[in-house]
Design a protein. Structure first.
Length: 309
């Protein structure tokens, strides 16, 4: 399989942490864990008239991922519909000619609004049987089920991987972006991951710093060195297949994007990849922008195109 992520450029950004989304606790004895609400109360019904890839995108959309996707005559042209900087400049020029400076503001704001809707990151989409989930702690149950599959995907490429577990963020200020961290260690994998996620590839964590205990609900005191795959775990909705009910679980990856390749090759489920995304570098206050040739979905290592039937 060709390499999935291709660096195009890095752009400066000011890092601002906004207030959190709702992470109120589950009732009962496991009060510390976030609630995983089912985001759509309308069960997803599979549509045989569209591609499998588009079905995956649509079932995931209540979680804020997969937006902008449609089927193309040529699936290798698939994109989210994001408006690029050049198009925004053109729109602003038209606005200036027709409406003066207020036209520039209106057009630029519209473009930014469109981009906010369709700018999403690589996302695992999985169907987990409702009956397999512990209803007393849905969050931790789903997290651990997904974590075992993530572990299997990375171990397939890194057989010496030391799996340290699934961990839950306890910082509510960031919980709208990140609530789950799959933590592990492999000397080669971790060094490659840090280089991949740095500007100019010049970041090498020789010491692999220890995780502060205060970051997670779970005990991390025995973790002396690590790398991670972190992001936002959600339940987009439910669907019924062959008479059985499933949760539509999404995991939007926020960091650890080096491991996207391993997930695409090995994950036993779906991995949805946009044609464009960015993430914050590990060594500088910059965003690394990743451009791919086209958007696609991967299922058990097979590429599925957004292509008309």
């Amino acid at each position: 399989m060709k390499r999935i992520a291709i660096f195009a450029f890095a752009t400066f950004t000011t890092l601002i942490m906004t207030s959190c989304a709702n992470t109120s606790s589950d009732s009962g004895s496991v009060s510390q864990y976030p609630v995983l609400n089912v985001l759509s109360d309308k069960p997803y019904v599979w549509d045989d008239s569209i591609s499998e890839a588009l079905n995956v995108a649509r079932m995931a959309q209540p979680a804020g991922v997969g937006n902008g996707m449609r089927d193309f005559a040529d699936g290798t042209q698939a994109n989210t519909g994001r408006i690029g900087a050049g198009m925004r400049t053109f729109d602003a020029g038209i606005g200036l000619l027709s409406q003066g400076i207020f036209g520039v503001i209106a057009h630029e704001s519209l473009s930014q609004g469109v981009n906010r809707q369709v700018d999403w990151k690589p996302t695992i989409v999985d169907l987990i049987p409702v009956k397999s989930v512990d209803e007393n702690n849905i969050f931790k149950s789903v997290q651990e089920i997904l974590g075992e599959k993530v572990k299997g995907s990375i171990v397939a490429d890194y057989p010496n991987l030391k799996w340290l577990g699934s961990f839950t963020l306890n910082d509510k200020r960031r919980s709208h972006l990140f609530n789950t961290d799959f933590i592990f260690f492999d000397d080669t994998a971790c060094r490659d991951s840090y280089k991949f996620s740095s500007i100019d590839g010049d970041y090498d964590k020789a010491g692999f710093p220890k995780i502060p205990d205060s970051n997670f609900f779970e005990d991390t005191s025995n973790i002396s060195k690590y790398c991670e795959l972190g992001g936002l775990l959600s339940i987009a909705g439910k669907t019924t297949l062959n008479g059985e009910d499933f949760y539509i679980v999404t995991f939007k990856i926020e960091f650890g994007h080096f491991f996207n390749d391993a997930l695409a090759r090995n994950y036993k489920g779906y991995l949805m990849m946009p044609d464009y995304f960015n993430f914050v570098a590990v060594n500088k206050p910059l965003r690394i922008t990743v451009n791919r040739s086209y958007a696609a979905v991967y299922k058990n290592g097979k590429e599925l195109l957004f292509e008309k039937k």
